[in-house]
Design a protein. Structure first.
Length: 132
């Protein structure tokens, strides 16, 4: 039985052992949403270097070694290659929704625009809070 990699809109990536190649994609283990099969890193190994994804690129000034010109230029070249690869393989693009919260409880799993819940609010709605 082959192992396939899947990705959900919520950003989760996971592997699943599949009995049949024509089997429907499994639901997301985190949110239960629809998932899409993505090329595994093994499958891409001999054909292309996928490079760093948006999530793997440095997100802070410190991560760019204080804006080191040579390092940033190398990142830019690497990102240009990644964009071309994503244009041909959109399944590699990942979640491009803006991050609205990334600190505190969202440090390990940033809250993105459109995600349920809001910073400082630990549950969905459907009820009031007595502030009316």
């Amino acid at each position: 039985m082959p192992i396939y990699e899947y990705r959900c809109e919520c950003g989760v990536r996971f592997e699943q052992l599949v009995q049949r190649t024509d089997a429907a994609a499994p639901g997301c283990p985190r949110c239960g949403g629809d998932t899409a099969k993505i090329p595994s890193s093994f499958a891409l190994g001999g054909r292309a270097d996928a490079g760093l994804s948006r999530e793997q690129m440095p997100q802070t000034w410190k991560g760019t070694y204080g804006g080191d010109r040579e390092y940033v230029s190398g990142l830019r070249r690497q990102w240009d290659k990644r964009e071309k690869l994503e244009a041909h393989h959109p399944e590699l693009a990942g979640d491009s929704r803006p991050i609205v919260a990334h600190e505190g409880r969202y440090e390990g799993n940033p809250l993105r625009a459109g995600d349920p819940g809001a910073p400082g609010h630990g549950h969905g709605h459907g009820h009031g809070h007595g502030n009316d």
